[in-house]
Design a protein around this ligand. Structure first.
Ligand code: MLC
Ligand code: AMP
Length: 494
């Protein structure tokens, strides 16, 4: 039994989703998702963990497809709607998905792949309604439910597998901690191929019998426009989104600023996460909205782990305490738990922690020690709250809340005919957290950078494209010839 979906039967008439001005009830969501499940099953009685990839815009259809896949017993593989074909192809091939569901607008892009891999192909808009719902499969909560792709210290993203039980725990720990209620109304502006949007925003809202509203794409003016209607009372986003909302507010005249600031008296909760929240952003947002952002810490592999309190002191620059049911320890380089006030790697244990990296037992084993998941994030326990100090790998970049592997970008750059070698690093940036920067070694003719970026866009998602370049005769290296990324970062400052 999938608890999240079962619970929807308790409040069939309530509004579950608002999408492009249209309201959909929980009963409509159940009906549509069950119809999709029946179509996916065809003559089978259970998809038995078959992977179903879907490229569907955030909105009613997205949730209906996700719930449809789950009710048919399949594993949901959400694809990013902004990714270029090679990134989509990688996920479809890596999961060995046999079925692909898309919004009509993505049909042309994915058509070659459908033919090549002989995929079972559905267009969401064309799923006919099923009047009679046959019994749907039943299975234990230990069944695999979802695969989300995350960049790591290897060049290609890894598939993070969570079970229904993991997802349930990830949701439930936030419901009490953040006081979710059926009268809540949240606006989603986040992409739906990552836990922030999938778990924290849509699944928590739907678990509670609350309403989740979608706008097609994040735009500061569109967000304020929705806020102005006075219905929304919960908001969650990455620091870059708050930065952009602050910039928008700063650019308004005084009267409009006052008008916009008045909107926030309706809100009960505003959360920031997925990247470090600069104290300046927290303070500016407080001046504008009167709200102290609740900063929390999480990861695709674990959902949320640490959170400032819903009631109580939210300390700027800190991520609070462990969420209920989540065990945390800080471990030093020697593998020993550190003393209070010393820094160590955050390690996590609990039913929220993912099952495995998809078909990658080696990486799964390496990421655990004594049953604790090694996050690769460094932190310190400082007078009653955790403070994140950064990552223990310079090859992982966080930009706009997206995790990016420097190695993946380097691999692609090296395939360009003019580039002999390259080094990619993240550079601190107020708006994006970090921006991607690349040093290129081009012994012959240097590439035109605009053309290079256009070429990269056909291979990588836009947020992975370097925003700054330098040319070097060779990359900075240590005595054994390894590129020293810290020194490379300094080269950009020079
Ligand atoms: C886009 N641009 C960037 C950029 N991304 N510039 C620098 N660095 C980046 N990373 C540029 C584009 O080239 C474009 O420039 C302009 O910004 C607008 O592009 P866009 O694609 O329209 O961007 P926008 O929609 O404004 O994106 C900003 C954003 C997005 C913050 C909404 O990055 C986003 O949705 N981030 C959230 C990611 C997320 O959900 N992460 C959670 C992971 S889970 P030009 O010149 O062409 O106009 C996780 C666990 C946890 O981390 O704890 O939650
Ligand atoms: P992802 O792999 O995309 O799920 O990103 C997870 C990573 O985001 C974590 O490992 C952290 O490095 C980072 N992160 C999430 N929340 C925070 C936060 N509040 N402060 C600093 N880093 C964060």
């Amino acid at each position: 039994m999938i608890k999240l979906i079962e619970r929807a039967k308790n409040w069939p008439e309530r509004t579950a989703i608002k999408d492009q001005g249209k309201a959909f009830s929980y009963s409509e969501l159940l009906q549509k998702s069950q119809s999709i499940a029946i179509h996916l099953l065809g003559t089978e009685t259970d998809l038995s963990e078959q992977r179903v990839a879907f490229m569907v815009r955030p909105g009613f259809d997205y949730v209906a497809v996700q719930w449809g896949v789950w009710q048919a017993g399949g594993i949901a593989v959400p694809l990013c709607v902004d990714h270029p074909l090679p990134s989509l192809q990688y996920v479809i091939e890596n999961t060995n998905a046999r079925t692909l569901i898309v919004h009509q607008e993505y049909e042309q892009l994915l058509k070659p792949l459908v033919a090549e891999r002989d995929l079972q192909f559905y267009i969401v808009e064309e799923f006919p309604k099923v009047e009679k719902i046959n019994p749907l499969p039943t299975f234990p909560d230990s069944r695999r439910a979802m695969i989300l792709y995350t960049s790591g210290t290897t060049n290609l993203p890894k598939g993070v597998v969570t079970t229904h039980q993991n997802i349930q725990y990830q949701i439930r720990t936030l419901i009490d901690a953040w006081g979710w209620d059926m009268n809540d109304h949240i606006l989603n502006v986040l992409p739906l191929h990552h836990v922030h949007g999938i778990i924290n925003v849509i699944s928590c809202a739907l678990w509670s019998g609350a309403c989740v509203e979608f706008i097609p794409k994040f735009k500061a003016d569109a967000v304020f426009k929705r806020f102005k209607k006075g219905e929304i009372n919960v908001f969650m986003a990455v620091p870059t989104v708050y930065y952009k909302l602050i910039s928008y507010w700063n650019n308004q005249d005084e009267r409009t600023q006052k008008e916009l600031s008045n909107i926030f008296s309706n809100f009960r909760l505003m959360v920031s996460g997925s990247a470090a929240l600069p104290v300046s952003v927290l303070e500016d947002w407080k001046k504008i909205s009167g709200h102290t952002l609740l900063e929390r810490y999480g990861m695709t592999e674990i959902g949320m782990a640490l959170s400032n309190p819903y009631r109580g002191e939210r300390r700027p620059g800190h991520v609070g305490q462990p969420l209920p049911g989540v065990d945390i320890r800080l471990v030093g380089e020697d593998g020993v738990v550190v003393k209070e006030g010393e820094q160590g790697e955050i390690q996590v244990k609990g039913p929220n922690v993912f099952k495995e990296y998809w078909q990658n037992p080696e990486a799964t084993v390496q990421s655990f020690t004594d049953g604790w998941f090694r996050t690769g994030d460094m932190a310190i326990w400082n007078e009653g709250a955790y403070r994140i100090l950064g990552r223990n790998s310079v090859d992982i970049i966080k930009s706009g809340g997206y995790k990016i592997s420097a190695l993946e970008i380097e691999e692609v750059l090296r395939t360009h005919p003019t580039i002999k070698d390259c080094g990619v690093v993240g550079l601190a940036n107020e708006e994006w957290g970090e921006i991607v920067a690349a040093s290129l070694v081009c012994p012959g003719q240097k590439p035109n950078l605009k053309a290079l970026n256009e070429w990269l866009k056909t291979k990588l998602p836009s947020y992975k494209i370097p925003r700054q370049y330098i040319f070097q005769e060779d990359l900075p290296r240590n005595t054994i010839g390894k590129v020293t990324k810290k020194a490379l970062q300094r080269c950009f400052q020079d």
